[in-house]
Design a protein around this ligand. Structure first.
Ligand code: AMP
Length: 326
């Protein structure tokens, strides 16, 4: 699929000696894994090329995959190809100098509501951006080289963005491409230890947070991880973000939301659902994302209540029009 665009991207990679790869802010497994995986493929195939990962924020959770490069002066970008991965819109690109690149390529699997780039390869039905990079490698495998380290990065993103290969977006092609990575000899025991282990103090927080879960009339489950809660348990941004996973298996709560107080007074929303499509709620509140996983930004308790009302109405309608919901 999309052979022509992929060929154009390969030709651009061949053309440029300097390539700067970037991703979205608040890095997760997919954007970290895809940028590092693509970098590894380009470096292994074309050892003479300069390939950098440049961003402005960092993730402790993904630190086990290794670091990134320091930011460069503006001039450095004038002869560089910039490739941005896993980022739907320019405001979410972590490298604020991305636009200085001579040419820009977007590769992404989010709904394409804000196109950018000289070349854009977007497949919103793909389970992860890492899957797209593996597909890219697979399409040109006669001339591209993959390493075990690169495969580990790409596999990490596939595993995390699919909820361990559970989400609906996973299809046969996802598994075939994942299999291609496993064939490189990935140490999955160590990988899953990095992804799954939790500190004891975090388990204590989890026990507390589970008691704070509230539900709207029709079953939307939510928690507000406010400043006090963050201070009480010394939560990092990532700790607070992970709270959304505590809500995912409540029967009848097909929509669930976590509200996280940001230091600047705004409130980060992480909204998830099963069976019910909710990305329009994210879009209504300065955000967006996927059909069943989106984000938004709010500025007051009133806005929290309004968003919850919207979600509650959506869930009510869904339950009234569908039988056998879980
Ligand atoms: P998160 O809850 O941050 O993991 O976001 C879930 C999905 O929605 C991810 O694919 C994000 O890239 C996307 N997303 C989150 N926040 C926003 C936002 N403010 N605008 C657009 N997309 C977002």
């Amino acid at each position: 699929m999309n052979y022509e665009i992929k060929k154009q991207i390969l030709d651009k990679i061949k053309e440029y000696d300097k390539i700067i790869i970037s991703r979205h802010i608040r890095p997760d497994g997919d954007c970290t894994g895809s940028t590092k995986g693509l970098q590894a493929i380009i470096k292994a195939t074309y050892p003479h090329k300069q390939v950098y990962l440049v961003n402005s924020d960092y993730s402790d959770y993904m630190a086990f995959l290794g670091g990134e490069d320091e930011q460069f002066d503006d001039d450095f970008y004038s002869d560089a190809l910039v490739i941005v991965l896993d980022t739907a819109s320019t405001d979410r690109i972590s490298n604020k100098k991305f636009h200085l690149g001579k040419e820009i390529i977007k590769i992404d699997h989010h709904i394409n509501i804000a196109p950018y780039g000289d070349i854009s390869w977007v497949e919103n039905l793909r389970s992860s951006c890492c899957e797209m990079i593996v597909d890219f490698y697979n399409t040109f495998k006669d001339e591209l080289v993959i390493t075990k380290e690169g495969a580990t990065c790409l596999y990490t993103g596939m595993v995390t963005d699919t909820g361990r290969f559970r989400f609906r977006s996973v299809d046969g092609e996802t598994m075939r491409l994942a299999g291609l990575l496993l064939d490189q000899g990935i140490d999955t025991d160590t990988l899953y230890a990095h992804l799954n282990l939790e500190d004891y103090n975090y388990i204590v927080y989890k026990a507390y947070a589970l008691k704070q879960i509230k539900r709207t009339e029709n079953g939307v489950a939510y928690i507000h991880v406010d400043k006090e809660m963050q201070e009480k348990f010394g939560l990092s941004k990532e700790d607070a973000s992970a709270t959304v996973s505590f809500l995912e298996n409540i029967r009848g709560s097909l929509i669930w939301v976590v509200f996280i107080d940001n230091p600047d007074g705004s409130i980060r929303v992480r909204l998830r659902s099963r069976f019910v499509y909710c990305h329009d709620i994210g879009e209504n509140w300065r955000g967006g994302g996927h059909e069943c996983a989106c984000g938004a930004t709010l500025y007051s308790t009133d806005e929290i209540n309004m968003l919850l009302n919207e979600a509650d109405t959506k869930l009510k309608n869904y339950k009234e029009t569908h039988e056998g919901w879980l």
